[in-house]
Structure formats: structure tokens, C-alpha cells
Design a binder for this molecule. Structure first.
Ligand code: NAD
Ligand code: TYD
Length: 353
């Protein structure tokens, strides 16, 4: 048996594929369009691995996806592929609707056809696991309870709105056609192979170059941080034992203000690669993100109670591992900060006061 992983050359997808194969999982076919966020270097350690096949392609190309499903007859589709960065969705929402909404729809259509062609135990065992985000639930005040699976959707950015739309399509394919879907809504991830446009790797990369650390607004926005390996383990558990049609919220139980995250990164860097005067002096408050969500927090009681999942890494241990990884992988960071990356930095930060 094989699984099909979409977006497997991106941050979380590549961590998932590497962890899956290291845990002696069955063969993986990775389908990825290799946008700016997709990087084959993330999968370089799989060179010569007979259980892995990489296919460059778009989830929105339904005939190509149908051909891939007919060829490999996977027992599951694990769907990571997406445009994933809120700031980019503010500058250019079209691509988010195209991939996250239309692309997921095409993928669902292809998966439905594949599943309907299966018989007996193959049909019963098939799963479509949709990887989504806590951002679909909108923004919490400091005193609100954390997001549960029953929290009403209230997405605020083009990114979260497009993910919300894809979640609704996935849900509808279960209710209407019986497609055995699973949806996971996870909080902010960090760890190896994260593209340095997101908070954690951007701050590490800038700090190492002695550049300003741009904190949006007052820096008191709260996110619930989860080490990527813990997210991957949760997805494996949901795929193995989750109930079709159900949603599972995944979170680190590690709410931190952005400024606390930046302080933790500065301190971890100082411990591992000391800089004269330290790194905290590089912090620069800049103009806020439009429509910036104030707080996200996940209530992960369902996945803990039903599947026995809880994160292995604490925030502190995960941040230290991550900083070490970026220090040890300077060549990877240099490679991804290419021409396109420089243009993005100018677009997003150039005009921020
Ligand atoms: P990422 O941007 O690092 O990777 C996305 C991958 O999808 C890239 O390899 C890209 O090339 C590929 N891709 C984009 N459009 C495609 C298309 N049309 N067809 C095929 N491949 C395409 O994103 P990530 O941070 O790894 O996130 C993966 C998934 O997890 C996304 O669905 C995201 O919404 C979700 N998620 C992310 C976080 C987080 O903190 N990063 C948290 C919760 C959920
Ligand atoms: P990000 O990593 O973009 O994830 P998300 O917006 O999906 O939560 O940002 C995490 C938080 O960090 C968010 O509140 C925005 C903030 N942030 C900054 O303060 N400065 C930055 O340069 C970036 C990229 C993010």
C-alpha cells in the first residue's frame, strides 16, 4: 500500500514524509507544485530511497491527479498543499483562492473518483486527511476559551478564509458522498525546513545577520506554538485511528506573545552562538499587519482523549532544537533566501514604518 502526500516539499509536508519513512511507513508518493515555498532540498536525504517517489504537479490539475491515483492506488491522501502565509495572502489573495479552494476541490473530485473505484476492504480503509489551521476560527480575546472543534468559523484573512472554504468542501464531501475524510486544525508550527518568511525562522535568519527583528504592532498577539514533529505524529495518529467525518484540533498548549517568542529565540541564539551585546537589541517594532488576529489558542482535549496524543516537546525544548537546526543548516537557509525571497522581503517590510 502507498500514501499520496500533497505539498510534501513544503515545511510540514516534508517533515511528515521524512518522519513517516523513518518510522518504517509504507511507500509515499509526494505531489508538489514546487512554488516558492516548496523545496526539493527538504527531501534530499531520501535520495535513493525506493519507498519514495516525487512528482512535480498541481493539485488543481485534476486529470494529472486522477492518473496518479490510478497508477499508485494509494490507501490514503494526506493533503498539505496550500498557499500558507497570511502576509502573502494580504498582498495577493488570488493564488490562495486558486490553490486552497479550487485546488482542494479538484483534489477532492479526483479522490472521490478513486475511492468509488475501490472495492471491499480497500474502499473501507481509504482516507482523505485534510490538514488545516486554527486560523479558520478567527481571533480570541485574552479571556475567551480556546478553540474547540465546535467553535464557529470566523476567518479574518484571505489565507484563513480560503482554508475555511476548503474545510467546508471537505466536510461536504463526507456528508454528501460519504468520502471518508478526516480534518485536522492545528496551531502555529515551527521547526526544521520552515521557510524564513514565518516568524520563527525569519527572526533566526535576521538575527544571525545582525538585521532588525521586525515585530508587528505591539508584539502582544498570542499564538499557540507546536513543534512540527509533534504535529506530524498527531496526523499519523488521526490517519490511523481517527473517525471518518471527524475534526481534530491539534495544539501545543504553549500560548506565547510574539515578543516572548522573539525573546526566547534571542536567548537561545545567545546561548548557542553568543553575540556581543546579545540579540535582543535588534528588536524593532514595525507597522502592524492589517486585520491582525489578536490571539489563537487550541483546546486539544478531543485528540488527547480519543487518540492519546499530546506534544512531546515543550516550547523551550522545541525552540532550542529549532535554533540548533538553523545554525547547523546555514547552507539550506542561504539557498532558500534567493532572488524571490529578497523581493518578498522588500514587498512586505520595505514600506513598513
Ligand atoms: P508551506 O507553504 O511551507 O508548504 C506548502 C507546500 O505546498 C509547498 O511545498 C508548495 O510548493 C506546495 N503547493 C502549493 N501550491 C500547490 C499546488 N497548487 N499543488 C501542489 N503543491 C502545491 O506550508 P506549511 O507551513 O508546510 O503548511 C502545510 C499545510 O499545513 C497547509 O495546508 C497549511 O494551511 C497547514 N498548516 C500550517 C501551519 C503552520 O504553522 N505552518 C499550521 C496549521 C496548518
Ligand atoms: P506567522 O509566522 O506569519 O504566522 P501566522 O500569521 O499564521 O500566525 O506570524 C506569527 C505571528 O508573528 C503573527 O502574529 C504575526 C507576527 N509576525 C511579526 O510580528 N513579525 C514578522 O516579521 C512576522 C513574519 C510575523
Amino acid at each position: 500500500m502507498t500514501i499520496l502526500v500533497t505539498g510534501g516539499a513544503g515545511f510540514i509536508g516534508s517533515n511528515f514524509v521524512l518522519d513517516w519513512l523513518a518510522a518504517a511507513g509504507e511507500p509515499v508518493v509526494t505531489l508538489d507544485k514546487l512554488t516558492y515555498a516548496g523545496n526539493l532540498a527538504n527531501l534530499a536525504s531520501l535520495a535513493g530511497e525506493p519507498r519514495h517517489r516525487f512528482v512535480k504537479g498541481d493539485i488543481g490539475d485534476q486529470p494529472a491527479v486522477e492518473a496518479l491515483l490510478a497508477e499508485h492506488r494509494p490507501r490514503a491522501v494526506v493533503h498539505f498543499a496550500a498557499e500558507s502565509h497570511v502576509d502573502r495572502s494580504i498582498h495577493g489573495p488570488g493564488e490562495f483562492v486558486q490553490t486552497n479552494v479550487v485546488g482542494t476541490f479538484r483534489l477532492l473530485e479526483a479522490a472521490r473518483g478513486h475511492w468509488q473505484s475501490l472495492r471491499g476492504t480497500e474502499s473501507e480503509a481509504f482516507r482523505f486527511l485534510h490538514v488545516s489551521t486554527d486560523e479558520v476560527y478567527g481571533s480570541l480575546s485574552e479571556s475567551d476559551p480556546a478553540f474547540s472543534e465546535a467553535t464557529a468559523y470566523a476567518p479574518n484573512s484571505p489565507y484563513s478564509a480560503s482554508k475555511a472554504a476548503s474545510d467546508h468542501l471537505v466536510r461536504a464531501y463526507h456528508h454528501t458522498y460519504g468520502l471518508p475524510v478526516l480534518t485536522t486544525n492545528c496551531s502555529n508550527n515551527y521547526g526544521p525546513f520552515q521557510f524564513p518568511e514565518k516568524l520563527v525562522p525569519l527572526m533566526i535568519a535576521n538575527a544571525l545577520e545582525g538585521k532588525p527583528l521586525p515585530v508587528y504592532g505591539d508584539g502582544r498577539q498570542v499564538r499557540d506554538w507546536l513543534y512540527v514533529g509533534d504535529h506530524c505524529e498527531a496526523i499519523r495518529m488521526v490517519l490511523a485511528r481517527g473517525r471518518p467525518g471527524e475534526v481534530y484540533n491539534i495544539g501545543g498548549g504553549a500560548e506565547r506573545r510574539n515578543i516572548e517568542v522573539v525573546h526566547a529565540l534571542c536567548d537561545a541564539l545567545q546561548a548557542l552562538r553568543a553575540r556581543e551585546g546579545g540579540y535582543r537589541g535588534l528588536i524593532a517594532y514595525v507597522a502592524d499587519r492589517p486585520g491582525h488576529d489578536r490571539r489563537y489558542a487550541i483546546d486539544a482535549r478531543k485528540i488527547r482523549a480519543e487518540l492519546g496524543w499530546s506534544p512531546r516537546e515543550s516550547f523551550e525544548s522545541g525552540i532550542e532544537r529549532t535554533v540548533r537546526w538553523y545554525l547547523d543548516n546555514a547552507a539550506w537557509v542561504a539557498q532558500v533566501r534567493s532572488g524571490e525571497y529578497r523581493r518578498w522581503i522588500e514587498t512586505n517590510y520595505g514600506k513598513r514604518a
